[in-house]
Design a protein around this ligand. Sequence first.
Ligand code: CP
Ligand code: NVA
Length: 303
Amino acid sequence: MTFEHLLTVKDLDKATIEQLLAQAIDLKNNPQDYQQALAGKSIATIFEKPSLRTRVSFDVGIQKLGGHAVYLDQQNGALGKRESVKDFALNLSCWVDGIVARVFSQKTLEELALYGSVPVINSLSDLYHPCQALADFQALVEQFGSVEGKTLAYVGDGNNVTHSLMLTAAILGCNMVVVTPPGHGVDGQVVVDTQALCAKSGASLTISNDINALKGVDAIYADTWISMGDETPFEVIAEKFMPYQVNKKLMVMSGAKYFMHCQPAHREQEVTSDVLDGKQSIIMQQAENRMHAQNAVMLALLK
Ligand code: CP
Ligand code: NVA
């Protein structure tokens, strides 16, 4: 399958994701083979929100493929303020070969893709974080060999990261358990989309408010309880979320082999330090894979 943009993993089929993960693993193992893969290509990376991992992994990753990254930081303000997203996309397309964008709204990405004439990669929006999910599934494939029939659990606030994990798991035939506090569940349309993909792949999706649903899973994934752009003070949600904290007791109860987190992590909030820093934690493998998974996407879209 060829794809023009990566706005959501829904744009990809199973074979394409498997190819991207295989390519990411090869990029990781044989970097010397790809030093000129994006020679002469310029890629704009745009950030409406803060970032460490995404900003650095794209910048360094593009350089490792012989390309050139142009970083547009938050000082440029939200897209669409100084000039329309349409004009922004038309102008950028005159000079660059690809656009990577972290935005408040998925709609901004859709407009960039519609009006620009170069591939657009979603590096986090309100709805999705596809680059994160690809890096995470690369880590799971590296650990398990295959994710088919395995069960990944997400616990905490239903958010952009959860959505991309759900969709990727469903496409790849990996079962998924999502446990959130009442009132903090995942997007209804994403559930419908995931269920449709599960029907195709044979994977299961379990959604619950009960942490007992985590029993028997293979890996547990946590993310911040308050995503970027949400101004809710921690004290307001602490009591509601604390029963969903990933700690030693929860890890033992679940029987999970691995702990995962996209980071930034909030120690002693969604996860305790002993789990985050412990032997079961594969968070740095996920972080490292961000660069390789993204480079695989850029090779597929730009080469
Ligand atoms: N996981 C992730 O996207 O990290 P940053 O927000 O630091 O880019
Ligand atoms: N859900 C988090 C992910 C950060 C990488 C957020 O949107 O802030």
